[in-house]
Design a protein around this ligand. Structure first.
Ligand SMILES: N[C@@H](CC=O)C(=O)O
Length: 364
C-alpha cells in the first residue's frame, strides 16, 4: 500500500487546478487520487473535461488524463477517498466558504487557494517562510467546527508575494509607510494570450478587489495568534500599505515597484544582507517545494526581469532588485514573484507540505 497521502483537487479543471495537477506529478509525499469539479464535468475523463482549455506550458500529465472527474459537490463521498483536499474551486464566495467547511467537517483538511476564508479569524493564511506559527490556530478552528482532524488553511493573494517577503526580511527596521504598484500577469486572471488577445500590447489599470487584498492581507500575515480568542489578530503596528494594481501583457509573473519608509534607519548593505540571508523553518524542514534560498537580490540595473527571473527556485523564490534611496521615501525597490507557482498552487502545495511535516495532515 502506498505510504503517500491521498489528495483530491477541488476545482481540478480550472487554471489553478491544472497547476496543482502538474505540480503533484511524482510528488514524493502526496498522490492525487481524486479530481473533482462541477457536475457538468463529472463522469468525464479529466482530458475530456478540460478539453481545449489546458493552460499550462507543459503537457497534461499522463497520470491525470484518464482519471474520471467526480462531482465536487458530493463532499462526503469525495472526502471518503482522500486524506486531504486542495481547493481551487471557482464559484461565488459564500458557496466556496460553505463547500470548504463541508469538506473540513468530514474530517478532511482543506488547503485552499481561494480568498473566501482568508479573513475568517481562525483560518490561518500562511506563507510558509513567513508565518508558519499561525497554523497553531487550527486547534481553535477544529473546536469551532467540531472536528478532530478537519480544518481549512489558506494562502494569501498572489499580488502580495513580490513585496511582502522583503517587508518580512526587514521587520527589525520597522517598515511603516509602503506604496506599492503591482504589474500583474494575465495568468492571474486565469487567462492566456489565446483567450485574452485584447491584452497583447495593452495595459488595464484595474483588477477587481485586488488593491484591498494587496493592502490588507500582509497585515494578517504579520499578525499573531491570540490563544484566548483562538484567532489571528492582524498586525496593529504602524504598517500601512497603499497600492495600485495594474494588468500587464505578461503571461506569468507579478512585478511590484515599492516605495517605503522605515521606523529605524538601515544601510543598503544591511537591507541586502537581510534579504539574501533570510532563513525560515520551511527551508530547515526540507519541504519538497520550499526554495533553498527564498529571496535573491539582483544587482544589475535591469533586473528582476520577468523573462529572466520568474522561474527562480522553480518559481517558488522571490527576486528583488533596484534597491536605492529615494528623494521622498526612505527607500525604493522592485520585486518579482511567479503568480501561479509561489503566488497560487505552489504556495498552497508548500503549505500542505508544511502541514504534513508539522503533523496537522496525516493519513486517515
Ligand atoms: N487576483 C490575482 C490572482 C491572484 O491570486 C490576479 O488577478 O492576478
Amino acid at each position: 500500500m502506498s505510504e503517500k497521502l491521498k489528495v483530491g483537487i477541488l476545482g481540478a479543471t480550472g487554471m489553478v487546478g491544472q497547476r496543482f495537477v502538474t505540480l503533484l506529478e511524482n510528488h514524493p509525499w502526496f498522490e492525487v487520487t481524486t479530481l473533482a469539479a462541477s457536475a457538468h464535468s463529472a463522469g468525464k475523463t479529466y482530458e475530456e473535461a478540460v478539453g481545449d482549455r489546458w493552460k499550462i506550458e507543459t503537457p497534461m500529465p499522463e497520470y491525470a488524463r484518464h482519471m474520471t472527474v467526480v462531482d465536487g459537490d458530493d463532499a462526503e463521498k469525495v472526502a471518503a477517498g482522500v486524506d486531504f483536499m486542495f481547493s481551487a474551486v471557482n464559484m461565488p464566495k459564500d458557496q466556496i466558504r460553505a463547500i470548504e467547511e463541508r469538506y473540513a467537517k468530514t474530517e478532511t483538511p482543506v488547503v485552499s487557494n481561494n480568498s473566501a476564508h482568508r479573513w475568517t479569524p481562525d483560518v490561518p493564511m500562511v506563507v510558509p517562510e513567513i508565518n508558519p506559527e499561525h497554523f497553531a490556530v487550527i486547534e481553535h478552528q477544529r473546536k469551532r467546527l467540531g472536528t478532530t482532524r478537519g480544518f481549512i488553511a489558506v494562502k494569501p493573494n498572489c499580488s502580495i508575494q513580490a513585496y511582502t517577503p522583503a517587508l518580512a526580511a526587514w521587520k527589525e527596521f520597522e517598515p511603516h509607510e509602503v506604496v506599492v504598484s503591482t504589474y500583474q500577469a494575465i495568468s492571474g486572471a486565469g487567462k492566456t494570450f489565446k483567450d485574452w488577445p485584447e491584452m497583447v500590447g495593452n495595459i488595464i489599470p484595474f483588477i477587481s478587489g485586488e488593491e484591498a487584498k494587496s493592502e490588507k492581507e500582509p497585515l494578517k500575515v504579520f499578525g499573531h495568534v491570540d490563544p484566548e480568542r483562538g484567532e489571528i489578530v492582524p498586525f496593529d503596528g504602524p504598517l500601512r500599505i497603499t497600492s495600485q494594481c495594474i494588468r500587464v501583457p505578461v503571461l506569468n509573473g507579478h512585478t511590484a515597484t515599492v516605495f517605503l519608509n522605515f521606523g529605524k534607519k538601515a544601510t543598503k548593505e544591511e537591507l541586502i544582507d537581510r534579504l539574501v540571508n533570510y532563513t525560515s523553518r520551511a527551508a530547515e524542514l526540507g519541504l519538497p517545494h520550499a526554495p533553498k534560498h527564498f529571496i535573491q537580490y539582483l544587482t544589475e540595473d535591469d533586473r528582476p526581469q520577468v523573462r529572466l527571473d520568474v522561474d527562480y527556485e522553480g518559481g517558488m523564490g522571490v527576486s528583488i532588485g533596484r534597491l536605492r534611496e529615494d528623494s521622498i521615501f526612505d527607500w525604493k525597490f522592485v520585486g518579482l514573484a511567479h503568480n501561479t507557482l509561489r503566488g497560487a498552487a505552489g504556495g498552497a502545495l508548500e503549505c500542505a507540505e508544511m502541514l504534513k511535516a508539522l503533523g496537522y495532515i496525516t493519513k486517515k
